[in-house]
Design a protein around this ligand. Structure first.
Ligand code: A3P
Length: 321
Protein backbone atom coordinates (compact mmCIF):
# COMPACT_ATOMS: atom_id res chain seq x y z
CA UNK A 1 0.00 0.00 0.00
CA UNK A 2 1.33 3.45 -0.88
CA UNK A 3 2.20 5.54 2.16
CA UNK A 4 0.21 8.80 2.40
CA UNK A 5 2.50 11.80 2.67
CA UNK A 6 2.49 13.56 6.04
CA UNK A 7 1.02 17.08 5.54
CA UNK A 8 3.99 18.44 7.55
CA UNK A 9 6.44 16.96 4.98
CA UNK A 10 4.36 18.42 2.17
CA UNK A 11 4.55 21.89 3.74
CA UNK A 12 8.25 21.50 4.32
CA UNK A 13 8.77 20.63 0.65
CA UNK A 14 6.53 23.46 -0.53
CA UNK A 15 8.35 25.96 1.68
CA UNK A 16 11.62 25.15 -0.06
CA UNK A 17 10.09 26.41 -3.30
CA UNK A 18 8.52 29.65 -2.00
CA UNK A 19 10.02 33.10 -1.57
CA UNK A 20 10.41 34.11 2.09
CA UNK A 21 11.15 37.34 3.98
CA UNK A 22 11.79 38.28 7.58
CA UNK A 23 9.09 40.64 8.78
CA UNK A 24 9.99 43.91 10.56
CA UNK A 25 9.35 42.28 13.96
CA UNK A 26 11.37 39.18 13.15
CA UNK A 27 8.52 36.84 12.15
CA UNK A 28 8.74 34.90 8.89
CA UNK A 29 6.58 35.73 5.87
CA UNK A 30 6.13 33.44 2.90
CA UNK A 31 4.84 34.40 -0.56
CA UNK A 32 2.11 32.09 -1.75
CA UNK A 33 0.12 32.72 -4.94
CA UNK A 34 1.25 36.35 -5.06
CA UNK A 35 0.50 37.21 -1.42
CA UNK A 36 2.57 37.34 1.77
CA UNK A 37 1.46 35.29 4.77
CA UNK A 38 2.92 34.55 8.20
CA UNK A 39 4.53 31.18 7.64
CA UNK A 40 2.46 29.50 10.39
CA UNK A 41 -0.68 30.07 8.35
CA UNK A 42 0.50 28.27 5.23
CA UNK A 43 -0.75 24.87 6.37
CA UNK A 44 -4.21 26.16 7.45
CA UNK A 45 -4.50 28.10 4.19
CA UNK A 46 -3.86 24.95 2.17
CA UNK A 47 -6.26 22.91 4.29
CA UNK A 48 -8.95 25.57 3.94
CA UNK A 49 -8.40 25.65 0.16
CA UNK A 50 -8.50 21.86 -0.13
CA UNK A 51 -11.35 20.93 2.17
CA UNK A 52 -13.78 23.79 2.74
CA UNK A 53 -17.13 23.28 1.03
CA UNK A 54 -19.34 26.34 1.03
CA UNK A 55 -23.10 26.05 1.35
CA UNK A 56 -25.39 28.35 -0.61
CA UNK A 57 -26.56 29.91 2.65
CA UNK A 58 -23.04 30.70 3.94
CA UNK A 59 -21.91 34.25 4.58
CA UNK A 60 -18.19 34.91 4.22
CA UNK A 61 -16.75 38.10 5.77
CA UNK A 62 -13.46 39.00 4.13
CA UNK A 63 -10.90 41.67 4.96
CA UNK A 64 -7.29 42.62 5.30
CA UNK A 65 -6.55 42.46 9.07
CA UNK A 66 -7.29 45.68 11.00
CA UNK A 67 -9.87 46.98 8.54
CA UNK A 68 -12.95 46.62 10.74
CA UNK A 69 -13.40 42.84 10.70
CA UNK A 70 -14.48 42.67 14.35
CA UNK A 71 -17.12 45.33 13.77
CA UNK A 72 -18.38 43.59 10.63
CA UNK A 73 -18.53 40.27 12.49
CA UNK A 74 -20.64 41.78 15.26
CA UNK A 75 -22.98 43.58 12.84
CA UNK A 76 -23.48 40.58 10.56
CA UNK A 77 -24.04 38.25 13.52
CA UNK A 78 -26.79 40.55 14.83
CA UNK A 79 -28.40 41.07 11.43
CA UNK A 80 -28.45 37.38 10.52
CA UNK A 81 -29.64 36.19 13.95
CA UNK A 82 -32.10 38.97 14.74
CA UNK A 83 -35.05 36.56 14.73
CA UNK A 84 -33.40 34.32 17.32
CA UNK A 85 -32.23 37.00 19.75
CA UNK A 86 -35.01 39.49 19.57
CA UNK A 87 -33.93 41.58 22.55
CA UNK A 88 -30.53 43.07 23.13
CA UNK A 89 -30.09 41.54 26.60
CA UNK A 90 -30.30 38.04 25.07
CA UNK A 91 -27.64 38.74 22.48
CA UNK A 92 -24.60 36.42 22.69
CA UNK A 93 -22.35 39.41 21.93
CA UNK A 94 -22.79 40.37 25.57
CA UNK A 95 -21.10 37.20 26.74
CA UNK A 96 -18.92 36.08 23.81
CA UNK A 97 -16.40 38.05 21.81
CA UNK A 98 -17.18 38.57 18.09
CA UNK A 99 -14.29 36.30 17.04
CA UNK A 100 -15.78 33.36 18.94
CA UNK A 101 -19.21 33.92 17.43
CA UNK A 102 -17.83 34.31 13.90
CA UNK A 103 -14.63 32.27 13.55
CA UNK A 104 -11.95 32.82 10.95
CA UNK A 105 -11.57 29.92 8.54
CA UNK A 106 -7.78 29.83 8.19
CA UNK A 107 -6.94 31.45 11.53
CA UNK A 108 -9.34 29.40 13.70
CA UNK A 109 -11.10 26.46 12.13
CA UNK A 110 -8.31 25.08 9.93
CA UNK A 111 -5.49 26.18 12.22
CA UNK A 112 -5.09 22.90 14.07
CA UNK A 113 -7.23 20.51 12.03
CA UNK A 114 -6.73 19.62 8.41
CA UNK A 115 -10.38 18.89 7.74
CA UNK A 116 -12.61 20.01 10.64
CA UNK A 117 -16.26 18.97 10.63
CA UNK A 118 -18.23 22.17 10.05
CA UNK A 119 -21.48 20.42 9.18
CA UNK A 120 -22.91 20.71 12.70
CA UNK A 121 -22.88 24.53 12.55
CA UNK A 122 -26.43 25.69 12.00
CA UNK A 123 -27.22 27.62 8.83
CA UNK A 124 -26.77 30.31 7.85
CA UNK A 125 -23.14 29.85 8.83
CA UNK A 126 -21.04 33.02 9.10
CA UNK A 127 -17.30 32.67 8.66
CA UNK A 128 -14.51 35.21 8.31
CA UNK A 129 -11.30 35.15 6.34
CA UNK A 130 -8.30 37.34 5.63
CA UNK A 131 -7.56 35.41 2.43
CA UNK A 132 -7.40 37.30 -0.84
CA UNK A 133 -10.24 36.40 -3.21
CA UNK A 134 -7.98 34.55 -5.65
CA UNK A 135 -6.92 32.13 -2.91
CA UNK A 136 -10.44 31.31 -1.68
CA UNK A 137 -11.66 27.78 -2.41
CA UNK A 138 -13.61 27.39 -5.62
CA UNK A 139 -16.71 26.44 -3.68
CA UNK A 140 -16.88 29.97 -2.25
CA UNK A 141 -16.04 31.82 -5.44
CA UNK A 142 -17.78 29.87 -8.15
CA UNK A 143 -19.57 26.73 -7.06
CA UNK A 144 -22.06 28.04 -4.53
CA UNK A 145 -24.45 30.88 -4.04
CA UNK A 146 -22.80 31.93 -0.79
CA UNK A 147 -22.40 35.65 -0.17
CA UNK A 148 -19.17 37.52 0.42
CA UNK A 149 -18.94 40.79 2.35
CA UNK A 150 -15.58 42.53 2.10
CA UNK A 151 -14.52 45.42 4.30
CA UNK A 152 -11.49 47.61 3.75
CA UNK A 153 -10.12 50.81 5.15
CA UNK A 154 -7.76 53.66 4.38
CA UNK A 155 -4.52 51.65 4.02
CA UNK A 156 -2.51 54.08 6.17
CA UNK A 157 -4.95 53.67 9.08
CA UNK A 158 -4.88 49.91 8.50
CA UNK A 159 -1.08 50.00 8.62
CA UNK A 160 -0.97 51.96 11.89
CA UNK A 161 -3.65 49.74 13.43
CA UNK A 162 -1.71 46.60 12.46
CA UNK A 163 1.51 48.02 13.84
CA UNK A 164 -0.07 48.61 17.24
CA UNK A 165 -1.79 45.24 17.21
CA UNK A 166 1.49 43.45 16.46
CA UNK A 167 3.45 45.38 19.05
CA UNK A 168 0.88 44.82 21.74
CA UNK A 169 0.45 41.12 21.13
CA UNK A 170 3.90 40.03 20.02
CA UNK A 171 6.20 42.41 21.74
CA UNK A 172 4.11 43.71 24.60
CA UNK A 173 4.99 47.35 23.87
CA UNK A 174 2.42 50.12 23.94
CA UNK A 175 4.46 52.69 22.01
CA UNK A 176 5.70 52.49 18.43
CA UNK A 177 9.50 52.59 18.25
CA UNK A 178 10.66 54.83 15.38
CA UNK A 179 13.00 52.26 13.87
CA UNK A 180 10.24 49.65 13.67
CA UNK A 181 7.84 52.19 12.24
CA UNK A 182 10.21 53.03 9.37
CA UNK A 183 11.13 49.43 8.73
CA UNK A 184 7.50 48.33 8.73
CA UNK A 185 6.47 51.25 6.52
CA UNK A 186 9.13 50.49 3.92
CA UNK A 187 7.95 46.89 3.75
CA UNK A 188 4.32 48.05 3.55
CA UNK A 189 5.19 50.28 0.58
CA UNK A 190 6.74 47.25 -1.11
CA UNK A 191 3.60 45.22 -0.44
CA UNK A 192 5.46 42.91 1.93
CA UNK A 193 3.21 42.52 4.97
CA UNK A 194 0.78 39.98 6.38
CA UNK A 195 -1.93 39.23 3.79
CA UNK A 196 -0.48 41.86 1.44
CA UNK A 197 0.04 43.55 -0.90
CA UNK A 198 -2.96 45.45 0.39
CA UNK A 199 -3.75 46.89 -3.08
CA UNK A 200 -3.98 43.47 -4.72
CA UNK A 201 -6.06 42.17 -1.81
CA UNK A 202 -8.56 45.03 -2.13
CA UNK A 203 -8.63 44.99 -5.94
CA UNK A 204 -9.47 41.27 -6.00
CA UNK A 205 -12.69 41.86 -4.08
CA UNK A 206 -13.38 45.20 -5.75
CA UNK A 207 -13.30 43.67 -9.23
CA UNK A 208 -15.42 40.72 -8.09
CA UNK A 209 -17.93 43.20 -6.65
CA UNK A 210 -18.07 45.11 -9.94
CA UNK A 211 -18.59 41.86 -11.84
CA UNK A 212 -21.25 40.45 -9.54
CA UNK A 213 -22.56 42.91 -6.92
CA UNK A 214 -25.11 40.36 -5.71
CA UNK A 215 -22.31 37.97 -4.79
CA UNK A 216 -19.80 40.42 -3.31
CA UNK A 217 -20.65 43.45 -1.18
CA UNK A 218 -17.75 45.90 -0.91
CA UNK A 219 -17.65 48.08 2.20
CA UNK A 220 -15.35 50.79 3.50
CA UNK A 221 -14.80 51.33 7.22
CA UNK A 222 -15.02 55.09 6.76
CA UNK A 223 -18.45 54.81 5.09
CA UNK A 224 -19.80 52.71 7.97
CA UNK A 225 -18.53 55.28 10.43
CA UNK A 226 -20.38 58.00 8.55
CA UNK A 227 -23.77 56.30 8.24
CA UNK A 228 -24.06 53.02 10.10
CA UNK A 229 -27.87 52.89 9.78
CA UNK A 230 -27.63 52.91 6.00
CA UNK A 231 -25.04 50.13 6.01
CA UNK A 232 -26.89 47.92 8.48
CA UNK A 233 -29.85 48.08 6.11
CA UNK A 234 -27.59 47.49 3.12
CA UNK A 235 -26.03 44.38 4.65
CA UNK A 236 -29.48 43.00 5.50
CA UNK A 237 -30.73 43.65 1.96
CA UNK A 238 -27.60 42.12 0.45
CA UNK A 239 -28.16 38.98 2.52
CA UNK A 240 -31.75 38.76 1.27
CA UNK A 241 -33.41 39.67 4.57
CA UNK A 242 -34.24 43.39 4.49
CA UNK A 243 -35.58 44.97 7.66
CA UNK A 244 -39.38 45.09 7.68
CA UNK A 245 -41.18 48.32 8.46
CA UNK A 246 -42.21 46.74 11.74
CA UNK A 247 -38.58 46.03 12.65
CA UNK A 248 -37.58 49.56 11.73
CA UNK A 249 -40.41 51.00 13.84
CA UNK A 250 -39.29 48.86 16.78
CA UNK A 251 -35.88 50.52 16.55
CA UNK A 252 -34.05 47.31 15.77
CA UNK A 253 -31.49 49.00 13.52
CA UNK A 254 -30.54 51.51 16.23
CA UNK A 255 -30.28 48.70 18.77
CA UNK A 256 -27.88 46.76 16.53
CA UNK A 257 -25.89 49.90 15.80
CA UNK A 258 -25.53 50.66 19.54
CA UNK A 259 -24.75 47.09 20.55
CA UNK A 260 -21.99 46.84 17.92
CA UNK A 261 -20.59 50.32 18.48
CA UNK A 262 -16.91 50.64 19.32
CA UNK A 263 -17.57 52.10 22.78
CA UNK A 264 -20.10 49.45 23.72
CA UNK A 265 -18.08 46.44 22.56
CA UNK A 266 -14.81 47.79 23.96
CA UNK A 267 -16.32 48.19 27.40
CA UNK A 268 -17.94 44.77 27.65
CA UNK A 269 -16.19 42.63 30.25
CA UNK A 270 -15.88 39.71 27.82
CA UNK A 271 -13.90 41.84 25.37
CA UNK A 272 -11.49 42.94 28.09
CA UNK A 273 -10.49 39.47 29.20
CA UNK A 274 -10.69 36.98 26.28
CA UNK A 275 -7.91 35.90 23.92
CA UNK A 276 -8.07 35.01 20.24
CA UNK A 277 -6.37 31.69 19.41
CA UNK A 278 -4.66 31.94 22.77
CA UNK A 279 -2.27 34.70 21.68
CA UNK A 280 -4.03 37.92 20.73
CA UNK A 281 -5.77 39.88 23.46
CA UNK A 282 -9.36 40.52 22.45
CA UNK A 283 -8.99 43.98 24.00
CA UNK A 284 -6.35 44.74 21.34
CA UNK A 285 -9.05 44.46 18.65
CA UNK A 286 -10.61 47.58 20.16
CA UNK A 287 -7.94 50.27 20.16
CA UNK A 288 -9.14 53.74 19.06
CA UNK A 289 -11.70 53.15 16.32
CA UNK A 290 -10.86 56.48 14.68
CA UNK A 291 -10.35 57.67 11.14
CA UNK A 292 -7.04 59.34 10.28
CA UNK A 293 -4.95 58.12 13.21
CA UNK A 294 -2.07 57.69 10.74
CA UNK A 295 -1.49 61.45 10.89
CA UNK A 296 -0.19 60.96 14.45
CA UNK A 297 2.59 58.63 13.27
CA UNK A 298 3.49 59.20 9.62
CA UNK A 299 5.12 62.29 8.14
CA UNK A 300 3.49 64.05 5.17
CA UNK A 301 6.38 62.77 3.03
CA UNK A 302 5.65 59.16 4.03
CA UNK A 303 1.96 59.63 3.27
CA UNK A 304 2.76 61.19 -0.09
CA UNK A 305 5.06 58.31 -0.97
CA UNK A 306 2.32 55.79 -0.19
CA UNK A 307 -0.36 57.82 -1.98
CA UNK A 308 1.67 57.71 -5.20
CA UNK A 309 2.05 53.96 -4.89
CA UNK A 310 -1.61 53.27 -4.18
CA UNK A 311 -2.76 55.60 -6.97
CA UNK A 312 -0.60 53.82 -9.49
CA UNK A 313 -1.73 50.39 -8.29
CA UNK A 314 -5.42 51.35 -8.37
CA UNK A 315 -5.28 53.31 -11.61
CA UNK A 316 -8.29 52.68 -13.81
CA UNK A 317 -10.01 50.49 -11.22
CA UNK A 318 -12.44 53.12 -9.92
CA UNK A 319 -11.35 52.35 -6.34
CA UNK A 320 -9.94 55.32 -4.45
CA UNK A 321 -8.86 56.25 -0.92
P1 A3P B 1 -7.73 50.99 15.41
O1 A3P B 1 -6.53 50.16 15.73
O2 A3P B 1 -7.43 52.05 14.40
O3 A3P B 1 -8.42 51.52 16.60
P2 A3P B 1 -10.03 44.34 12.82
O4 A3P B 1 -11.29 44.08 13.53
O5 A3P B 1 -10.09 44.09 11.33
O6 A3P B 1 -8.88 43.67 13.47
O7 A3P B 1 -9.78 45.91 12.90
C1 A3P B 1 -9.47 46.51 14.12
C2 A3P B 1 -9.72 48.00 13.99
O8 A3P B 1 -11.14 48.23 14.02
C3 A3P B 1 -9.14 48.74 15.19
O9 A3P B 1 -8.79 50.02 14.68
C4 A3P B 1 -10.33 48.77 16.12
O10 A3P B 1 -10.24 49.77 17.11
C5 A3P B 1 -11.47 49.03 15.15
N1 A3P B 1 -12.75 48.55 15.68
C6 A3P B 1 -13.00 47.42 16.38
N2 A3P B 1 -14.30 47.33 16.70
C7 A3P B 1 -14.90 48.42 16.20
C8 A3P B 1 -16.26 48.90 16.22
N3 A3P B 1 -17.22 48.22 16.82
N4 A3P B 1 -16.51 50.05 15.60
C9 A3P B 1 -15.53 50.76 14.97
N5 A3P B 1 -14.25 50.37 14.94
C10 A3P B 1 -13.92 49.21 15.53
Amino acid sequence: MEKKEDPKDEIHELLQTLEQQTNWHGGRLVKYDGFWFPVVFLQPILSFQNYFKAKDSDVILASVPKSGTTWLKALTFCIVNRNIYSTVDQNPLLTCNPHTLVPFLELDLYLHQENPNLQHISSPRIFATHMPLSILPDSIRNNSECKIIFICRNPLDQFISFLHFSLENNLGKQTVPTLELYKAFNMFCEGIHSFGPIWDHMLGYWNAHLKDPEKVLFLKYEDLTEDITFYIKKIAEFLGSPFSLEEEKQGLIEQISKLCSFENLKNLEVNKTDYHIGVAKISSFFRKGEIGDWTNYLTPAMAERFQKIIESKMEGSGLTF
